[in-house]
Write a protein that binds this ligand. Structure first.
Ligand code: SAH
Ligand code: MG
Length: 198
């Protein structure tokens, strides 16, 4: 397991796959244990780094993770097999915005870590699959320090992407259904819970 994690970190570095930062994944694993999370939905598997570590945080945690990129999906499957987590990690090869989960499927934790420009869409689509006491955690809210400085960014594509993350942060701050806490951990994380469940 330890070796596999190191291997995945090396692969991610070499191929520029944006896996979670160490303190970010540590935060998630701690959250899973502290809140007795059993079922996790992850949007954006990449090579399975965060899915495998979340699944390893306690014996009865199961993770469903969605990936639309075939190369990452294949690599993720390979890594899940290597640590014999086939029963703990279910990898779904599809665009998360096209996937239809069975009605009534509920997750204690939904972790959003896919295309940064689509965060609001993921949130609005998947909140219906969140258990009443559950939380939606979102990664990369700092986006390498660019968030909050979008007007100063010269590249148009980057500026638009960063401004979408800024809009998502506003959406969370002003949300009527969910209360959100922001954490300066890793590349910036948020934890959103339903207002009536506090
Ligand atoms: N959670 C991973 C990192 C994910 S990187 C970890 O920390 O280990 C983001 C991944 O999301 C990429 O592999 C990308 O292909 C995938 N992705 C982006 N948009 C997506 C979408 N709409 N549906 C499914 N996967 C998506
Ligand atoms: Mg991320």
């Amino acid at each position: 397991m330890k070796n596999l994690i190191l291997e995945m970190e090396a692969y991610a570095k070499e191929k520029n796959v944006p896996i979670m930062e160490k303190d970010g994944i540590a935060f998630l694993m701690k959250y899973i244990k502290a809140h007795n999370v059993k079922n996790v939905l992850e949007i954006g598997s990449a090579i399975g780094y965060s899915a495998i570590l979340m699944a390893s945080s306690s014996p009865d945690v199961k993770v469903t993770t969605i990936e639309r990129d075939e190369i990452n999906y294949m690599e993720c499957l390979k890594n899940v097999k290597k640590c014999s987590f086939e029963q703990k990690v279910n990898v779904v090869f599809q665009d998360a915005l096209d996937l239809n989960l069975a009605e009534g499927t509920l997750f204690d934790l939904i972790f959003i870590d896919a295309a940064k420009g689509q965060y609001m869409k993921f949130f609005e689509k998947y909140k219906y699959f969140l258990a009443p006491h559950g939380a939606i955690i979102t990664d990369n809210l700092k986006f390498h320090g660019y968030v909050g400085k979008s007007e100063k960014i010269e590249s148009k594509n980057l500026r638009q992407l960063v401004s979408k993350i800024e809009n998502y942060i506003d959406f969370l701050k002003t949300n009527e259904e969910f209360d959100t806490q922001f954490y300066d951990v890793g590349d910036g994380l948020s934890v959103s819970v339903r207002k009536n469940e506090q």
